[in-house]
Structure formats: structure tokens, C-alpha cells
Design a protein around this ligand. Structure first.
Ligand code: CA
Length: 215
């Protein structure tokens, strides 16, 4: 790292971050901007290898600078340095092209450690941010799972009948459909629930609240 770009409007924090950068990357030259406009000017004339970008700037959002840096300097490691840990700041910043997200309220050695990791290919993320990202991923996976398992009302009806021990012919009669159609419904229920037997299907039906196990 030869050139760092530091965008931070609070002078004491800017000094602190500048020293942090110099501690991480001895010999690095750091250009400082206190506003979005100054940051954009530096991005247009310099080629930084690392950029620490504050989000709340007096003349706008650091996210605009992140977008600009990401398109001009694809090799630049863009790291958000902010006090905001909420989704409204985190996700737009990552979408704009930030590769790291550090909270400024951490002890210096945590920031140093995270920034040093960049050269080893480790994305600099504060622990709480990393946990938040993992939780989001976990929730998305689960909701995709639920969507895949979602049964149509007719399939739910089929499932609740199977769970009560109805045979295919009885399911067909009860639902006023042909034997073949009942068979198709059952196949599609089994496929969606990833089950292969009536016992498993009954278990799933109970879990989905389609049968009352106490009746
Ligand atoms: Ca600020």
C-alpha cells in the first residue's frame, strides 16, 4: 500500500485514522479529504490502493464516493469507517462497492488488525457487522426453504387427508377428484416436502399445523 485516501470530516478522528493507516502500512502516503467534494476530487486525480470512507459527510454521503472509487479504481480496497452499524448504512455501502466495514468505536488495535488482514485477502469487517451479514444470509436461506415448501390449498388438503390415514382412492373421493389427480397431488406434496413415506408426510403435516396430533 503506497497511497491511502482518508475521507473523514472530524479532525480528531481523521488524525486517529491517519495514524492507524500509517501504523498498518509503514511508509504509506495518506491523502485526506474532509468533504465529499474533496474526496471526489482526490479520487479523480489519485490512484489509492486503500480508501477509508466515512459515510456521514457535511456535503453528502460517503456512499457516492464509494461508488465513484469502485468504478474508477477497481483494485482499491474501499473500507467504510463509520459509527453507523444499521442495515440502512451497511447494505447500500456494500452494494456501492465497499469491501470492508469498520466501526470507529472499536479500539485501535482491532482496526489495525482488520486493516492488516487486507493484504492477506481478509475482508475488514467489525465482528458485529460480520455477525449481521451471517444472520441475513441465514434468514434468506430459511425463507427460500419455506417458499419452496409452500403448498397450494389443494395440496394442503391432500396432505391433511394423507396424515389422517386416507388412502389415494379415499383422498380422491373426499376431494371430488380422479384417482390420477389425487396421485399427482400426493406426488407433488411429497416432492415439495422432500418426504418419501406417509409417516414422514404426517410428521410434516403436524409441523405445518395441518393436523392436530391430539385428535
Ligand atoms: Ca462524519
Amino acid at each position: 500500500m503506497q497511497l491511502g485516501l482518508l475521507v473523514e470530516d472530524q479532525a480528531p478522528l481523521a488524525r486517529w485514522l491517519m495514524e492507524t493507516l500509517q501504523e498498518c502500512f509503514p511508509g504509506i502516503r495518506v491523502e485526506h479529504a474532509a468533504t465529499l467534494a474533496a474526496g471526489l476530487r482526490l479520487a479523480a486525480t489519485e490512484t489509492p490502493q486503500i480508501a477509508l470512507v466515512d459515510l456521514g459527510l457535511p456535503d453528502g454521503s460517503g456512499i457516492d464516493l464509494i461508488r465513484d472509487l469502485a468504478s474508477r479504481h477497481p483494485a482499491c480496497h474501499i473500507v467504510v469507517t463509520t459509527i453507523y452499524a444499521d442495515d440502512q448504512h451497511l447494505f447500500p455501502a456494500l452494494r456501492a462497492g465497499a469491501q470492508g466495514y469498520l466501526l470507529k468505536d472499536q479500539p485501535r488495535e482491532k482496526i489495525v488488525q482488520a486493516l492488516r488482514g487486507i493484504t492477506a485477502g481478509e475482508p475488514p469487517l467489525s465482528a458485529s457487522i460480520a455477525r449481521r451479514l451471517l444472520r441475513v444470509f441465514d434468514t434468506e436461506t430459511k425463507s427460500a426453504d419455506v417458499a419452496e415448501k409452500r403448498l397450494t390449498p389443494r395440496e394442503q388438503q391432500t396432505l391433511s387427508l394423507i396424515a389422517r390415514g386416507y388412502k389415494i382412492a379415499e383422498v380422491a373421493t373426499s376431494m371430488g377428484i380422479t384417482h390420477n389427480t389425487a396421485h399427482e397431488f400426493i406426488k407433488s406434496v411429497y416432492r415439495k416436502l422432500k418426504v418419501t413415506s406417509r409417516a414422514e408426510a404426517t410428521l410434516e403435516a403436524t409441523r405445518l399445523g395441518l393436523v392436530n396430533p391430539h385428535l
